[in-house]
Design a protein around this ligand. Structure first.
Ligand code: PMP
Ligand code: GLU
Length: 394
């Protein structure tokens, strides 16, 4: 008998991690799977960061850290926010967590009461809706379209607001669409929020540096939004440090204090060696990791050109992150190699089984007409994967 809580029984498994696990399983069975499912840079963590971690071990950093992070790390984060985002935070406004994922979980946990609504422009990052539901909130999806570069307009935001709206969560650059909100677009959203002073914003900027157009703008840069915006960031993407598990927030101090309180009961704080290494990472100039961004830009062009040669793939041009999110609904209702394709999940499964290429269904991101393809893979892998997809579909 299932003795588990309703909470866990009702929780969806992370589709990105599930697909990565499935690809790993098939590889272990000897299948030559190309993994384009996980949003994880395929680079090594830069040596200067690894050296800082080794030094920290040798210096005997082995005790519990302050729950919200080492003070010198928080100071490095404050300097980073000022340098890169023109945002002024003080020590009590910063909390270091076990990945941006935990930072998001903390926010949901400290901000949401039962039935509070959180507006999510669709497509949204896979874990937002389940983190919100896990904390008794209600995700409210706002559909966007490829024609509008998958961005929510001010009118759409206005229409989605109800007396129960508590927050808006979005990522820019966006996982999965790669879209980047301009300053003007964010201002238009902020103008709507001026009429609703009790709505808070989570601005997830974890892909900030993976921006091919430049011009990253943070919602909290607007003076009238600063006191109701939580800025989320982390080192997983920009520094190829996914497994080190460090993320952080800049927030109004009462929100940061609450996140500190919950971490004190749940994790006692993030890993000490990783925190020491992140000080070195954040103090380095952005030019230290530019080679990764340059390579992602080359791959973006490669994958868009190759996908453009396959009928039935319709993509926007992502301006950041390392994903393409093509609409593949032209295949719905077709039977290929004896397999019926009626939705994005069928399509993604078809690609896994027939092309041996792992992708993620758009359903997990709130858009059932698309699939997400990560191009955090080598150019050779990308070429081979798209060739296989083309052959399987022809
Ligand atoms: N936000 C977005 C938009 C992401 O794509 C991810 C994926 N890693 C996260 C947050 C969580 O990142 P972390 O590895 O820091 O937990
Ligand atoms: N954020 C990455 C992704 O979207 C990593 C997986 C995860 O954390 O869910 O694929």
């Amino acid at each position: 008998m299932n003795q588990l809580s309703d909470r866990i029984n009702n929780l969806a498994t992370s589709a990105t991690l599930a697909m990565a696990a499935k690809a790993r399983e098939l590889r272990a069975e000897g299948k030559d799977i190309i993994g384009l499912s996980l949003g994880e840079p395929d680079f090594d963590t830069p040596d200067f960061i690894k050296d800082a971690a080794i030094e920290a071990i040798n210096q005997n950093y082995n005790s519990y850290t302050p729950v919200d992070g080492y003070v010198d790390l928080k100071n490095a984060i404050i300097t980073k926010f000022k340098r890169d985002n023109n945002l002024s935070y003080s020590l009590p406004q910063i909390v270091v967590s076990t990945g941006a994922k935990q930072a998001l979980y903390n926010i949901a946990s400290v901000m949401l009461n039962k039935g509070d609504e959180v507006i999510l422009p669709c497509p949204y990052w896979v874990s937002y809706s389940d983190i919100i539901k896990l904390n008794d909130g209600v995700p409210v999806e706002v559909k966007t379209s490829i024609e509008n570069d998958f961005k929510m307009t001010a009118a759409q935001l206005e229409a989605a607001i109800t007396p129960k709206t508590k927050m808006i969560w979005y990522s820019s650059p966006c996982n999965p669409s790669g879209s980047v909100y301009s300053k003007e677009e964010l201002r238009a959203l902020a103008d709507v929020l001026q009429k609703h002073p009790n709505i808070y914003v989570v601005s997830d900027e974890i892909y900030e540096h993976i921006n091919f157009k430049g011009g990253h703008f943070s919602m909290a840069e607007f003076d009238d939004m600063y006191n109701r915006t939580v800025t989320i960031n982390g080192v997983s993407k920009a520094f190829a440090m996914t497994g080190w598990r460090i993320g952080y927030i800049g927030a109004p101090d009462w929100i940061a204090r609450a996140c500190n309180k919950i971490q004190g009961q749940v994790t006692s704080g993030a890993n000490c060696i990783a925190q020491r290494a992140v000080i070195t990472a954040l103090e380095a100039p952005a030019s230290c990791v530019k080679y990764m961004v340059d390579e992602f830009k080359v791959r973006r062009k490669l994958i868009l050109d190759l996908l453009g040669e396959i009928e039935g793939f319709k993509s926007n041009e992502p301006e950041g992150a390392f994903y393409v999110f093509p609409n593949i609904s032209a295949y719905f209702g077709k039977t290929i190699k004896g397999k019926e394709i009626n939705n994005a999940s069928d399509f993604s499964l078809f690609l896994l089984e027939e092309a041996l290429v792992a992708t993620v269904t758009g359903e997990a991101f709130g858009n059932p007409d698309c699939i997400r393809i990560s191009y955090a893979a080598s150019q050779d892998e990308i070429k081979e994967a798209i060739k296989r997809i083309k052959t399987a579909l022809s």
